[in-house]
Write a protein that binds this ligand. Structure first.
Ligand code: AMP
Ligand code: GLY
Length: 428
């Protein structure tokens, strides 16, 4: 089987690596990829948001499966075009990707499907926003109702800051969703769906804020680990029964079946599981940690999802080790990342036992050096027998890498490794 991976980031590098390790996959290509992906497989410089360009490339390469990584090509209809061309595609149609592209749409589907989520109101002007903020009280949660790569959300105690974010979204011609605040640890669960059947991957936890101790602004994600030893027994089954399957069924019932990854962003509140958000794709950097442990050949799994035969797939198998991924980001990320700086030590880091280096925003400059080319530059993944060992390996890898002004968090998976994450459930 020949597979084409669409996207430029760390998630796509992880997908490429896992696909390359699949004995049933004969060739992996990527478009547009990045400097790290280009070291592993052939890359093709096309506009990945242009459905016709992706179809043409897949035809040229004779791809038997196209895996779409990011949300933007999905929202642009890349999966629709591939489907129409008769090319198996892993990733939802534009209509199904609305689950991520519009937070208001996601809330509607959750209401129809009876999926537990935060109470929310849509606001289209300052007066409505102020009303909603006062109805729910602090901490305030204000979300841009459009694609913002995880950066359109403001969570704050400051009512003026909450209102200012809403006004910015209105000024840009958008609307906002204002929500009740969900307390409790967050979990990302990736559910592979063929439109009707679904298979969960292992849960992961992401670290959204830029600074240690969950301080500073939200980012796309600064690190992740998997699995989560502190989850209550039956957690994944509960999410499948109460969140994923009702959502997948509701999407099929309205004639827009969801094929691809239903990324369930969840909070474990005192009152039980609540959906924070859905995404229509793999998460980044959770994918880098989750796929490091997956033993089942990835290509066959994604092809079964694309072909509607997930119900015939054997149960997934996983390595017993724990994976921790630490993101190295550019100076001044997430506001105005500095790019073009030389990255050193990549091979030294990757040569360490249990360490892999996955590229995100990297490029090769005219002199042939690998340089930073985006906000998040790399993820260094450590695989170890427990969280303590996996963290040590990941941070040993980060320690080998040089990037001027590079930023990373030193506390990825720290609290979990110390047994300090507790889930308290209220009896109700
Ligand atoms: P989203 O783009 O919806 O995933 O939001 C980004 C991040 O904002 C989430 O991962 C949470 O950390 C935080 N967040 C979003 N919604 C809520 C909420 N209702 N309560 C608490 N935190 C939230
Ligand atoms: N890690 C969060 C995301 O992929 O949206």
């Amino acid at each position: 089987m020949k597979v084409l991976v669409i996207g430029p980031g760390g998630r796509e590098h992880a997908l490429v690596r896992s696909l390359r390790d699949d004995p049933f996959v004969t060739e992996v290509h990527a478009a547009p990829g990045n400097a790290g992906i280009a070291r592993d497989v052939p890359v093709h410089a096309i506009n990945a948001q242009d459905p016709a360009a992706v179809v043409a490339l897949a035809r040229d390469l004779g791809s038997s499966l196209v895996v779409v990584g990011p949300e933007a090509p999905l929202a642009a209809g890349v999966a629709d075009a591939l489907q129409q061309a008769g090319i198996p595609v892993f990733g939802p149609t534009r209509a199904a990707a609305q689950l991520e592209a519009s937070k208001a749409f996601a809330k509607e589907i959750m209401a129809v499907a009876g999926v537990p989520t935060a109470m929310a109101r849509v606001a289209t002007d300052a007066a409505e926003a102020a009303d909603a903020l006062d109805a729910f009280g602090a901490p305030y949660v204000v979300k841009d109702d459009g694609l913002a790569a995880g950066k359109g959300v403001v969570v704050t105690q400051d009512r003026d800051a909450a209102l200012a974010h809403a006004e910015e979204c209105f000024a840009a011609g958008g609307s906002v969703v204002i929500e009740e605040f969900l307390d409790g640890p967050e979990v990302s669960l990736f559910v592979i769906s063929d439109g009707h059947h679904a298979v969960p991957l292992a849960p992961a936890q992401d670290f959204k804020r830029i600074f240690d101790g969950d301080e500073g602004p939200n980012t796309g994600g600064m690190g992740a680990y998997s699995p989560l030893q502190w989850l209550p027994a039956g957690f994944v089954e509960d999410v499948m029964d109460r969140v994923a399957m009702p959502t997948i069924t509701a999407m099929a019932d309205r004639g827009t079946p969801f094929t691809g990854v239903l990324y369930c962003g969840l909070a474990l509140t005192r009152r039980g599981i609540r959906v924070i958000e859905f995404n229509a794709r793999f998460g980044d950097p959770e994918t880098q940690a989750v796929l490091a442990r997956l033993q089942t050949p990835l290509g066959s799994l994604l092809l079964a999802a694309a072909n509607g035969t997930l119900d015939a797939v054997e149960p997934l198998t996983w390595r017993s080790e724990t994976a921790v991924g630490v993101v190295l980001a550019s100076a001044r990320y997430p506001d105005s990342p500095v790019t073009g700086d030389v990255i050193t030590g990549l091979d030294e880091a990757a040569a360490l036992e249990g360490v892999s280096v996955l590229h995100a925003g990297t490029a090769v400059d005219d002199a042939g050096a690998t340089v930073s080319a985006g906000g998040r530059v790399l993820a260094v993944v450590g695989l170890g027998e427990d969280l303590v060992a996996a963290r040590e390996r990941a941070y040993a890898g980060v320690g080998k890498i040089g990037l001027a002004g590079g930023q990373y968090r030193t506390d990825i998976a720290l609290r979990a490794s110390q047994g300090r994450i507790a889930v308290e459930l209220e009896e109700n």
